[in-house]
Design a protein around this ligand. Sequence first.
Ligand SMILES: [Zn+2]
Length: 477
Amino acid sequence: MNSPIQEILTAFSMAYKEKGQKVIALVAMYLADGYSVPDAVDKAMQTAAVSSFFTEAVHTVIQKAASAGAGSDIPLLPELTGAWDASGMTLSAKLHGAETEMRQVIISTIQAQQRLGASATRVARALYDGYNSGHIIRRQSLPQYLDTITVFARRSDLTDQDRTTLQRLIRRARRQTENMSADGAPNKSLQTAYRQLLDAVETNDTVAMENAVRTAVEEKSRYVAERIARTESARAWADGFHARYDTDDDVAAYKWTLSSRHPHYDICDMYAQADLWGLGPGIFPKDKTPILPVHPHCLCHLSLVYVTEIDKSKQRNQIRNGGNAYLKRQSHQKRCYLLGIDGARAWEKGRADWRQYMRNWSSITAKSRLLENTADDIIKSEISIGQQLMYKDKGKDAFIPEHTMVIPKKVIAGLGSGSKLRIADKLAQTYGGMAQEWQKVVGVIISDKYLFDIHWYHHKDMGDILFKIKSYTERRE
Ligand SMILES: [Zn+2]
């Protein structure tokens, strides 16, 4: 099954690649102007406005992923850029860290190529000049010199064809060197071989440098950028998903679902196949799912299990035994992937609980950042009803005045209540906010004569609306 955020991430990568083309051209230009590598990279990143582009692109990915999870358009709420993982870092701190890492990886990739190219050129020139000036390099050290060029050919960012050509020239020079007479007397074919080698090194040095700049930006720095985009958007998707379905009574549980691009065998395979809660392979109670993403580049997701599909009475915590049963079915090698070699041995000998060794295992379960701390806020304060409420006082029309305060008692449907708010979609459509954020609240108004039960709807940003008197009783002293 495709990851629900795959398209969003592909769009991110395309945009990054496009921006990368500008950076590549600028770096090349500044290097040609004689700037040092760090200065050229800094200047290029600044001129291309990489920082603001990157922040905006990651924000877009997060906002879209959360919306995809929730199935409705969610703005970039502050909760979605807050700290959530073990690092305790906010999104902006992570973005700053990623930018530093991107800059560093670009610089070091280019510098490594620069060093390789410089020493290969120096050696090739020494061979050739040494020959011309009659100061022939001592015969014993010649193979060493050629080795430097061999390293250049092997490690540089060259096409296979360029590499093959260069290696052929190195072999020829080596052969000519070996054929050199014992007294080191020069000859014409040796001179030709050295000349060709020098030309090839110089040409390839230019090409390799261009390629290194491209690789540094297009591959290495993109990897860093994509890692943060994937991680944050996987999390945002889960935030949206939980916010939408945690309170949906028709959905009984969630199923761990691997992305079709799931690259390696890991803990996610276990999550998808082990029966940890007695509900069937890969099925988790809604409030017991692991936190997405489970590992870097994890594109797993959750799918819905409806009330008609499982028997909830069978739910029990069987994490240890369910994991054991799963591990028993796996090969020794797969257990090693999951538990490490020591862990696999310890588990096989019955000396360890698999959870001690399982890589990326956490007993902490996911909770949507969009649901955190907001569910009960309404209960903390008295609010004005903002409208007159009509009722009959012993058969005569009467009303509760507009600015009467109501004391909230309980959220009975919607966000944080555990039950579905049936008209949530309509409320969101008419009054704004996300459907899953709306709540139905009950509270009381106490007058001299009566105790009124009041129902209304609350949204943290949209406020309190549609107050109704549900019932009222005469107060007894
Ligand atoms: Zn995964």
